[in-house]
Design a protein around this ligand. Structure first.
Ligand code: MG
Length: 260
């Protein structure tokens, strides 16, 4: 399995660092060795994985699994319901999710992430897969109280560190989509467990829908919605989003500092 990664040997490099930033490398993970495109090699133990893509935008789909729509008492949408997360929310594998001072109800949402390979503007569903590079794991971390209070979702979904993604991208050719299953674990307790095939709107439909509105650029990230079982995270817990055939995205939750 090919594992496309972005990484840094420098622990001070932020997870939001774009391509071209000092100490940011793109490449593949080959066993326990990270190989950058310029032919250099690092032992995995000596690097930090960054988000595997550097998106210009993160487009998310809400209410895309029927059982999740029901658990929050919502209606099934007649067409994909999309919203944006800011790229300032990006976080890599093993990075710390900061529990905001402003919220007391932060939830996990394990999701399949789709990464765009080439510019897509007004594409149709039949050709949409030509624009896909591959798949990864995403945690659409959500301050449920602020999402409800605000009505629109920018703040509830947009805190720094609220978009863990990774650990890597698996190319679409190497993924048997029909067998993908999302599982979310909190401190080893299984919270979400559903096949990706339960999605209401397919990846093709979602990409066609989004691209009628906004041009998708290479590296853009689409989070395709969460299955049922969303629930609270606590400070100190570890949350893992596992998609069989792709990988396990693991993050711990820490208290945000009141003063920095
Ligand atoms: Mg979500």
């Amino acid at each position: 399995m090919t594992r496309i990664i972005r990484f840094t040997p420098n622990p001070a490099t932020p997870p939001t660092a774009p391509d071209g930033y000092p100490d940011v490398f793109c490449g593949v993970l080959d066993g326990e060795v990270a190989r950058s495109r310029d032919g250099r090699a690092w032992p995995l133990a000596g690097i930090h994985l960054l988000p595997p893509c550097s998106p210009s935008k993160i487009v998310c789909v809400g209410r895309n699994y029927i059982e999740h729509v029901k658990e929050l008492g919502n209606e099934v949408p007649p067409e994909p319901l999309i919203f944006l997360k800011p790229r300032s929310a990006l976080l890599g594998h093993e990075g710390a999710i900061e529990y905001p001072l402003l919220s007391s109800n932060v939830h996990h949402e394990g999701e399949l992430g789709v990464i765009i390979a080439k510019r897509a503007r007004r594409v149709d569903a039949a050709s949409a897969m030509e624009y896909v590079l591959g798949y990864t794991c995403v945690n659409d971390v959500t301050a449920r109280d602020l999402q409800k209070r605000d009505g629109q979702w920018t703040r509830g979904k947009g805190f720094d560190t609220f978009c863990p993604v990774g650990p890597w991208i698996v190319p679409k050719k190497e993924v048997d989509f029909s067998r993908l299953r999302i599982r979310t674990w909190v401190d080893g307790e299984l919270r979400q467990d559903a096949p990706v095939s339960d999605m209401i709107f397919s990846v093709e439909t979602i990409l066609a829908f989004i691209s009628q509105c906004m041009t998708l650029e290479p590296g853009d990230l689409i989070a395709t919605g969460t299955p049922p079982g969303v629930g609270p995270l606590q400070i100190g817990c570890e949350v893992a989003v596992e998609i069989e055939g792709i990988g396990v995205l693991r993050n711990r939750v820490v208290r945000a500092n009141a003063v920095e």
